[in-house]
Design a binder for this molecule. Structure first.
Ligand code: ADP
Length: 378
């Protein structure tokens, strides 16, 4: 168990400045997910913590000790890779226990640790098999088992589920989360998949172009994004961004979407934008519902729309329609919409929408009131 402190960390590969001044404090026992688009530097950062990449400048501390120049094997961290990296000619038991054998632990001790890890991962019955006789999910469990038996101070995961099919990925995701609940060791996990980041993390660190764009708990980032990039990266289907102009002010401000559509901005919530300012209105699919109540609650704007695309998922239906001139997606109940061309009334929850400055990409509007506060006032 250990905390990790990273200060002013930089890494270049020739002309490429892959990590550009990262400061990060990870608490002991925390599950941190490094997420961001391909090439944002997340693997480089993880590999620097593991000791597989050198540091150009800055420091990495593990458990209060600077490890910059320490060899990977002396750092007491275990890494799980995307491609499992199992020895094909060794049994599952030997693959899991290999590191312990190399450290010359007594055989009964190795067997006990391997047995315990295998049982934890539900592969106790596969110990005599060889990697080629295992499914992808079982192979990844073996790789995780090999990390567990080492009892490291920190677990590092580099896209461990990317080679698995969708169903197995969901299952393994749950198992990794359970593993963390059971052993409470510090875990740092790299993925480009925002669903993995949201579901696994105590804390998400969202990277862009080698710097931290925003970090916080999954719901903090989801509900209070500081930038358009964060708002658009987290959430599936993603947020729609509609070009607009702020009109009026004080208690009578509105969002002018063109084509004569002006949506009143909720009273008592700061828009952060001035009269006449160009903005973007950010709406998540779940901020838009089919109208049902007789009168909409405060901050909710009701409008009829003409449905363009209907995409049922079974539990919910996603519809796409034009707002102003921009296609926008809404998440409605399974039977709320049926076909292209249909007209239905929608409720837009501007209490939860965000307003963005298109020039800087910064979110302007004040944080959305929590659902509890909304009910109290509506
Ligand atoms: P991510 O894991 O977020 O996809 P990486 O950390 O792998 O990103 O890469 C960050 C940047 O550094 C990218 O532009 C990538 O091309 C570059 N890069 C990574 N590894 C190397 C390397 N060994 N040599 C040269 N460039 C590299």
């Amino acid at each position: 168990m250990a905390d990790v402190k990273i200060t002013s960390l930089h890494k270049h590969y020739g002309e490429v400045h892959a990590v550009r001044g990262i400061d990060l404090a990870i608490r002991d026992g925390e599950f941190t997910v490094l997420v961001g688009p391909s090439g944002c530097g997340k693997s480089t950062l993880l590999r620097m913590i593991a000791g597989l990449e050198s540091v150009d400048s800055g420091t990495i501390e593990v458990g209060g000790q600077v490890v910059n120049d320490m060899r990977p094997r002396d750092r007491d961290v275990a890494m799980v890779f995307q491609d499992y990296a199992l020895y094909p000619h060794m049994s599952v038991a030997s693959n899991i226990g290999f590191g312990l054998m190399a450290r010359k632990l007594a055989k009964p001790e190795i067997e006990a640790r391997v047995g315990k890890a295998a049982a934890m991962l539900g592969i106790g019955h596969l110990l005599e098999r060889y990697p080629r006789q295992l499914s992808g999910g079982q192979r990844q469990r073996v790789a995780i088992g090999r990390a567990i038996v080492r009892n490291p101070r920190i677990f590092l995961f580099d896209e461990p589920l990317s080679n698995l099919d969708a169903q197995l990925r969901d299952e393994m995701r749950g198992e990794i989360k359970r593993l963390h609940q059971d052993i409470s060791t510090t875990m740092i996990y790299v993925t480009h998949d925002q669903v993995e980041a949201m579901t696994l993390a105590d804390r998400i660190v969202l990277l862009k172009d080698g710097v931290i764009e925003q970090q916080g708990s999954p719901l903090e980032l989801f509900e209070q994004p500081r930038t358009r990039f964060v708002a658009g990266f987290l959430g599936s289907p993603r947020m729609s961004f509609v070009p607009a102009r702020m009109v009026g002010g004080g208690g009578a401000a509105g969002v002018d979407l063109g084509n004569g559509i002006v949506m009143p901005w909720p009273q008592g919530r700061s828009s952060g934008a001035e009269n006449g300012q160009e903005i973007e209105l950010g709406l998540r699919p779940e901020h838009i519902r089919r109208a049902t109540a007789a009168t909409p609650a405060p901050g909710i704007v009701r409008r009829p729309v003409q449905v363009d695309l209907v995409q049922p998922t079974g539990s919910r239906t996603y519809i796409t329609f034009d707002l102003g001139k921009t296609p926008v997606m809404a998440e409605v109940a399974a039977h709320d919409a049926h076909q292209h061309g249909e007209e239905i009334p929608l409720d837009f929850d501007l209490n939860r929408a965000v307003l963005i400055d298109p020039q800087s990409g910064l979110v302007l509007s004040s944080r959305a009131p929590s659902p509890g506060q909304r009910t109290a006032t509506s």
